[in-house]
Write a protein that binds this ligand. Sequence first.
Ligand code: DOR
Length: 458
Amino acid sequence: MTYDIVIRRATVVFEDGVRRADLGIDGDRIAAIHDAGSAPKGKREIAADDLVALPGMIDMHSHHREPGFTHKEDLAHIGRQCAAGGVTVSVAMPNVSPPPTTATDLDAMLDLYRQRSMIDYNVNASAVLIDEIPKLAERGILAYKLFMVVDTGRSYPHMPGIGLHEHGELYERMQSVKATGLPLMVHPHDQSLMDSIEKQYWARGERDFRAYAKAYAHDDGVIWDTAVGVLLRLQEATGVRLHLLHTQTHRVVEMLRAAKAAGRPVSSEVNPWCFWLTNDWANIERLGSYALSYYVAPHHAEAVYAGFLDGTVDIMATDHAPHLREEKELGWTDGWKAHTGTPSTQFYLSLLLTDVAAGKLSYERLADATATRPAKLFGLYPRKGAIRVGADADIVLVDPKKKKTITDAEVLSKCGWSPYAGQKVQGVPVYTFLRGESIYDDGTFAVRDGFGRQAVRA
Ligand code: DOR
């Protein structure tokens, strides 16, 4: 017999450990796993002696900007970043225009993705409109999203119409989402507290990027902790499967740990900026709003990292949030006018691998946090999320020894810059396979419009 592809003698990160093996791929699936060097021939052979094979990453939180904000990013640019970055499924957030708050607008968005997405996709539809919630589930979404934040001083990224924070409103959405059985993702934010904190900064004439960073982190992260406290209590009341976004304080990690110990269906993500960017105030001084989202003081980042290692913080998702330079420049003088968020899809695997090389993180936990656990939490497993027989052949091969410095010149995002430029990393993707097709081939792109499929529950 002959396989379509054999990945030979790779160091493979399986669910139960790391070992050398040959992977036989037929069509879109992993057909067999053989002892290293023993697989029958492949029509294509990849000598992977020096490479590590990881499951293709599943990014549950990405701002693709299409439709509506394509001056920042679009599906073609996202596809190339995913291919180069080792991401095989990228799930879009709903702050686009029109936002997927209704089944009609979600259908239009899914149609666009069907025609244009290069990699597998889905959309986290907005749970703002109660009557639409059951209809959205029928479209094969994996989760709903609610923002508790509505921007003050700018119109994006948290525009009116997709955010709500009144407790009763949240409670009713949780009840409706619970009836669908799907998880509800929430961006925690205490808008009432923030209104008060912001006013105090502004009254003192503090409006620059430093003030913005400090206001969001004020009182040791009080806006995050109070929001999560409310969400967890409402979760307990409604029984909804709650997935917390942007984990960034030690109290949130402790609350999660307690909720999980009590057997409650809660999970959470951390984003790359929490570990490699805004946990260092010097980066905020150097980059201003180009570094923000949110400042995470080192004691918080360390607690979140510990929670990430032990699985209390379940997954890493990018929160890829590209904005143009002119939308960031405003932040030097008025942090509230700059659009908040940072791009990261292309580089987060290298940032994670750098921690593996430094002995801080295991390959097993890396694969769990970026592929297996997202697949299990959101229903894609066992079709996706792990290197196992019968699964989609979604695989990324990385060179764990290769070192480089990230540069703006290599950035594939339409925004044209990376807050990680200048950072030294060890470990880079070399090949990315999606359903048995190589979409990134030793540095060459083979992604194409419309190859992506909606990644639905297995
Ligand atoms: O900083 C952020 N940027 N936080 C969000 O919640 C949204 C994101 C964006 O879309 O730019």
